[in-house]
Design a protein around this ligand. Structure first.
Ligand code: AP5
Ligand code: MG
Length: 220
């Protein structure tokens, strides 16, 4: 059976994680975030986490070979058998090529969430994440009902170490230099949808679902 593979592209803070949680639920497929996988390795004190830490803290991309091994191990798990939703992968042409080789003729559905750089810093520095369930909040745009407490599970809300104005500048540079070229890469191959990530979260979700509906119809 053909796997359904969905890729969410977008700058840091564009809303990939926010949308991925809802889309994965709506589509009934696992949400695979390379950033979350690295953070789990950091928290677990693994050798991979130790190798990735310096890059992540500086806002640089982790080298492709470390990312690819971790990602391909994850998507080989049984829950990914029918498909999976990728958040934060691929991020370089080499990663896209490696995924393409793995998928062969099975082209992924690619959604590019577009947000201008001018809006990114506020998104990043005011983000808060639940340390227990990973739910994502924003002090202005999506505040929790009670300050510092997760609406979903009452866990403590924390700030990611790389969510500073200084580190976000490097993350944006890395994005423009290494990841943004993937928009052209996928446009000229399997095609991609671009959605306006500056709209309200609900509207962005609807636009992503409309894109998925169109792409899946085309393929049937
Ligand atoms: P990763 O964890 O993937 O971080 P990122 O790409 O920088 O993206 P973010 O998670 O910061 O943003 P997001 O798009 O998920 O936005 P969110 O939904 O949270 O990667 C971290 C690091 O790991 C990298 O720097 C790198 O070192 C390494 N790494 C990971 N993958 C790698 C790979 N493939 N190759 C190499 N290295 C890799 O939203 C942000 C905020 O905005 C939230 O507060 C949210 O509430 C708010 N928000 C969301 N949507 C809206 C909206 N529509 N309106 C207003 N606010 C909104
Ligand atoms: Mg994210």
């Amino acid at each position: 059976m053909t796997q359904t593979v969905v890729i969410l592209l977008g700058a840091p803070g564009a809303g990939k994680g926010t949308q991925a949680v809802r889309l994965a639920q709506a589509l009934g497929m696992p949400h695979v975030s390379t950033g979350d996988l690295f953070r789990a390795n950091l928290a677990g004190g693994t050798a991979l986490g130790a190798k990735a830490r310096g890059y992540m803290d500086q806002g640089e991309l982790v080298p492709d070979e470390l990312v690819l091994e971790m990602l391909f191990d994850r998507v080989a798990q049984p829950d990914c058998g029918l498909g999976y939703l990728l958040d934060g992968f691929p991020r370089t042409l080499a990663q896209a090529e490696a995924l393409g080789q793995r998928l062969g003729e099975n082209h992924p559905t690619v959604i590019n969430i577009e947000v201008p750089d001018s809006a990114i810093e506020k998104r990043i520095v005011e983000r808060r994440t639940c340390k227990d369930c990973g739910s994502i909040f924003h002090l202005t745009f999506h505040p929790p009902a009670k300050a510092g407490v997760c609406d979903q599970c009452s866990g403590e809300l924390t700030q990611r170490k790389d969510d500073t104005a200084e580190v976000v500048r490097t993350r944006l540079q890395e994005y423009h230099a290494k990841t943004q070229p993937l928009v052209q890469y996928y446009s000229s191959r399997s095609g991609l949808c671009t959605v306006d990530g500056q709209n309200a979260q609900e509207e962005v979700f609807d636009a992503c679902m409309a894109c998925l509906g169109r792409r899946m119809e085309v393929r049937q």
